[in-house]
Design a protein around this ligand. Structure first.
Ligand SMILES: Cc1ncc(C[n+]2csc(CCOP(=O)(O)OP(=O)(O)O)c2C)c(N)n1
Ligand SMILES: [Mg+2]
Length: 601
């Protein structure tokens, strides 16, 4: 079977001379070490396309064809979740960009670095072809995404292109990371260079190390934490590095701090560690809120929604804790979106990423804690026992609980990276033991990204001992199903499991709640929600794209053999799709609004 690198290899004989401005663009992309550019083609960047294929030979970067621009961005987003580095994607003129927008929004909310390239019909109206070049030219393409990207530009010369690309890379990779966009004028791409062109050295434009807190701030943090009797760590948006992971564990152990992590972020702490009392959830629930209420000092490590959590914590009593929040996220907060979430009232705001802060804090804590007892004195916390499986024989229907339980049994001997878990995930059944065990959510809550992100994760994990596994809802999958073709075409190993409740079930819950509040028939909550009659043949959607598939798997005794087969196919380097019909119902508790109204995703 051919390797990704051998697929779509151009015939040799390309012109090795740098002759066109699009050759400069391509060469600069290579120098930024963007290994892949996911794309869907379009004439607005035919100059660049030619340079990537015939000038660079479709290597470093290699183009990855997708069936929809949303997938191009989602693949880059998934790749960034693993590597914390950008890959590229190219979006054709205003129309391709419009297709990619929701995925860009997701990446923005996840603070995922992506360097995105766009193109516009010639800015010089005089050289536009009739109709299409006019329709596909917008006065200000960046306006479509400026509210949810870190930076955008439309350079007008070869030197300006180099500067724009260097800046796009630098800004994307500077915390808080995020997508950046460079729109390449079709007219400029197809302009012939009049003299030899020297490209800048990217090493002089590197993003630089993440800034550390001042010594004074670190000492203040250490003082507060080491004098706490009931310290608590909230682990939010943290790195994928194992060294950072180990340091977080050391910090919690040195302090005797309890730990809460969340499903919105990638794995940040070993969930079976005795200090990590409750399984991670998407939203806080009574157990975690009580823990927060009992804590006297809380260190939040870039919590997504610290303000929201504090609000919930305050229901039924004032918070007692002194709160320290370590985050640089406010540097990208703007006025358009509210993805900054509620403003948290904190006692010490530390404007640093958690990683340098924890690294430098640890020796101070170790020194101060020598000889001190490390207990949550007077508080006994019972770690909840994992829920037991449903009763019944092997013919009974499958639950989210069974799915998580079965994957937990099968993980021995191989390493799964969960690229997503469904809203109803039974997180008490499956422990995260390493930073790459789980990568978090789509960010912006925009459905349709999960399959594409999974392909990007599979791409980033190729050649490692890890298997990319995504477990997604049928609603999410059906919106993004055509992302699978890219995995089939480029032989990207990834396992896509749909936890298929044949419904947009999350919204059934909403409709049920509204009906209940209004004294209306709750029985009608399924209307406009159910994805049945006819049932969608999800496996056929995968097979149609060249991905081996099975399902619908409907009874619990069939689940393990189906998963074993799936894993063996992915281990052999191919993608696989599995449709598992699950009972509607969410294993984890849903969130309660501060106002007291129930709310889910
Ligand atoms: C693009 C987009 N459209 C609609 C929604 C609203 N929405 C949120 S969850 C959900 C249901 C998703 O269904 P599925 O993926 O099957 O998960 P389930 O709730 O059934 O577990 C919908 C429609 C959304 N978040 N994004
Ligand atoms: Mg569903």
């Amino acid at each position: 079977m051919s390797k990704l690198e051998d697929i779509e290899a151009p015939v040799p004989g390309g012109n090795a001379q740098m002759e066109w401005v699009s050759d400069v663009m391509a060469e600069m992309i290579r120098r930024l070490d963007l290994k892949y550019v996911a794309m869907n083609p379009g004439a607005s960047y035919r100059g660049l396309h030619d340079s990537l294929v015939n000038y660079l030979g479709n290597r470093n970067p290699q183009m990855l064809l997708t069936l929809h621009e949303e997938h191009a961005v989602s693949i880059a987003h998934g790749y960034a979740r693993v590597t914390e580095q950008p890959m590229g994607c190219i979006l054709h003129s205003n129309v391709g960009l419009m297709h990619g927008l929701m995925a860009i929004f997701n990446a923005w909310v996840n603070r995922a670095p992506i360097v995105m390239f766009g193109a516009t019909g010639p800015v010089d109206a005089d050289i536009r072809r009739p109709w299409v070049d006019w329709v596909h030219t917008a006065q200000d393409q960046g306006a479509l995404l400026r509210n949810y990207t870190k930076w955008d530009d439309q350079p007008a010369s070869a030197p300006a292109v180099c500067e724009a690309l260097l800046r796009a890379f630098q800004i994307a990779c500077t915390a808080p990371k995020g997508p950046t966009y460079v729109c390449l004028d079709a007219g400029l791409q197809e302009t012939r260079l009049t003299e030899p062109f020297e490209l800048p050295d990217p090493s002089r434009f590197s993003p630089g190390p993440s800034p550390a807190p001042s010594q004074e701030t670190l000492e203040q943090m250490a003082r507060l934490l080491t004098s706490a009797r009931r310290p608590l760590l909230l682990v939010g948006r943290v790195s994928r590095s194992k060294d950072d992971w180990d340091r977080r564990v050391c910090l919690a152990e040195a302090l005797g701090a309890k730990v809460i992590s969340e499903l919105r972020a990638g794995a940040g702490f070993p969930t079976e560690h005795p200090l990590h009392v409750y399984p991670p959830r998407y939203t806080p629930f009574e157990g975690t809120l009580d823990l927060m209420r009992q804590a006297d000092v809380i260190l939040a490590l870039d919590s997504f929604d610290l303000g929201g959590w504090i609000k919930l914590m305050q229901v039924g009593g004032r918070p007692k804790a002194t709160i320290i929040h370590c985050s640089v996220d406010s540097y990208v907060h703007g006025g358009w979106g509210k993805d900054h979430l509620a403003l948290p009232a904190v006692d010490l705001r530390v404007l640093a990423e958690p990683e340098p802060a924890v690294r430098l804090l640890l020796p101070l804590v170790d020194k101060n804690m020598t000889g001190k007892p490390k207990t949550w004195d007077g508080v006994t916390l019972q770690r909840p026992a994992p829920a037991m499986p449903e009763s019944g024989d092997g013919t009974r229907a499958i639950t989210n609980h069974d799915l998580a339980h079965c994957l937990a049994q099968l993980r021995e001997g191989c390493k799964f990276t969960f690229t997503r878990v469904p809203i109803g995930w039974a997180s008490d059944q499956y422990h995260f033991r390493e930073p790459l065990d789980y990568l978090g959510t789509d960010g912006g809550g925009g459905l349709g990204s999960a399959a594409g992100m999974a392909v990007g994760v599979g791409l980033a994990l190729r050649g490692t001992d890890r298997i990319a596994v995504t477990i997604i809802g049928d609603g999410d999958f059906t919106q993004g199903a055509t992302a699978l073709w890219t995995a089939a075409h480029y032989r990207i190993p990834v396992l896509v499991i749909v936890a298929n409740n044949r419904s947009n079930f999350n919204d059934e819950i909403h409709q049920g709640q509204v009906a209940k509040e209004r004294g209306r028939p709750v029985e009608n909550k399924w209307i406009g929600m159910r994805l049945s009659d006819p049932d969608i043949d999800l496996a056929a959607l995968a097979r149609a794209q060249g991905v081996e598939a099975a399902g619908p798997i409907k009874q619990v005794s069939d689940l393990r053999p189906a998963l074993e087969k799936a894993i063996s196919v992915v281990e052999s380097g191919r993608p696989y799709f599995l449709d598992v019909v699950v009972e509607p119902g969410y294993a984890s508790l849903l969130m309660v609004r501060a106002s007291g109204h129930g709310a889910s995703a």
